[in-house]
Design a protein around this ligand. Structure first.
Ligand SMILES: NC(=O)C1=CN([C@@H]2O[C@H](COP(=O)(O)OP(=O)(O)OC[C@H]3O[C@@H](n4cnc5c(N)ncnc54)[C@H](O)[C@@H]3O)[C@@H](O)[C@H]2O)C=CC1
Ligand SMILES: NCCC[C@@H](N)C(=O)NCCCC[C@H](N)C(=O)O
Length: 259
């Protein structure tokens, strides 16, 4: 799995504000509104314990501080523990944290100590970016294209099927495509069909995954994928609203998911 780098997280607040404005323009709602709609929950100044984890590739220098920025942006009372790992977890629980945030190289969780709810970043990211794409004010139909059916994209496609969208999808992994077709009923995207979409969810770790033939003149591309899958020239030739940032929207989704 592709790991975040400190460079990905630089200028996080600016990226967040820019994306929140794009989301408001494209859907009429901001990130918090969309999360409230998805989960039917609200945030109320909860105490959040952020625990750095040293396993695997180790601590990402600005990951915990980025989580602190995000919790504060959404009006929560965040704190990074003085110690990492088990000692840090003990510190967070002992200081009465309502929600614990921690991530190793494979799973990033939010765990609500009050109601026991637990949520993963990859599922919550897929769901919230799918929801953003699906609320495009200028959509020309209920057709939506999902590019990449991994941990994030599959969760997003599943959410869109549940919301009764006509979900087309493409992933080069044949087994993944077959699983999604059988289990979700997605429609395999066929580039030969010249079907252009006004709503696209892209969740791959590769650049240039979005081709000219996929996007309508006016299109919302909602992509947590790092790096960005939209080639610059296509972005210039079409009227595209691009929602893309490395961490905040997915974390917001996690926080609302465990309330
Ligand atoms: N912005 C955010 O908040 C978050 C971003 N991410 C990023 O989202 C991306 C996806 O993450 P995961 O789902 O965990 O990865 P994953 O490795 O589980 O899934 C990626 C999928 O993309 C497919 N793929 C690769 N090239 C493709 C192409 N050209 N067209 C269509 N599909 C293609 C692969 O076959 C695979 O199924 C990664 O870049 C990850 O870093 C993950 C979580 C949160
Ligand atoms: N947008 C979220 C993406 C999460 C995932 N792609 C990742 O980089 N996970 C690694 C996080 C490692 C954190 C580290 N253990 C620390 O605590 O600093």
């Amino acid at each position: 799995m592709a790991l975040l780098t400190p460079q990905d997280l630089e200028g996080l607040t600016k990226q967040l504000e820019c994306n929140n404005n794009t989301i408001k323009k494209a859907t009429g709602m901001d990130i918090a509104d969309i999360c409230k709609q998805i989960y039917g929950t609200t945030l109320d100044g909860e105490k959040v314990g952020i625990v750095p984890i040293t396993s695997g590739n180790g601590i990402i220098t600005n990951f915990s501080s980025s989580l602190l920025t995000i919790t504060e942006y959404f009006g929560l009372d965040g704190a990074i523990t003085e110690h990492p790992d088990v000692t840090g977890y003990y510190e967070a629980v002992s200081s009465d944290a309502d929600i614990i945030l921690m991530a190793d190289d494979h799973i990033f969780i939010a765990h609500n100590m009050r109601n026991g709810k637990i949520a993963t970043n990859h599922v919550c990211t897929g769901v919230v970016y799918a929801e953003i794409a699906s609320r495009y004010k200028y959509a020309d139909s209920k057709d939506i294209l999902v590019i990449g059916l991994g941990r994030v994209g599959y969760a997003g496609a599943q959410h869109l099927v549940k919301r009764n969208f006509d979900v087309y999808a493409y992933d080069p992994d044949r087994e993944t495509m077959e699983k999604a077709r059988k289990e979700l009923g997605i429609i395999p995207y066929d580039p030969e069909e010249e079907h252009k979409f006004s709503m696209v969810l892209e969740a791959t770790p590769n650049p240039n995954t979005i081709s000219e033939g996929m996007v309508a003149e006016r299109c919302l591309i909602s992509t947590p994928g790092i790096p960005c899958g939209l080639p610059e020239d296509i972005g210039e030739r079409n009227e595209i609203d691009l929602v893309m940032e490395p961490l905040t929207i997915g974390v917001a989704s996690m926080l609302y998911a465990v309330m």
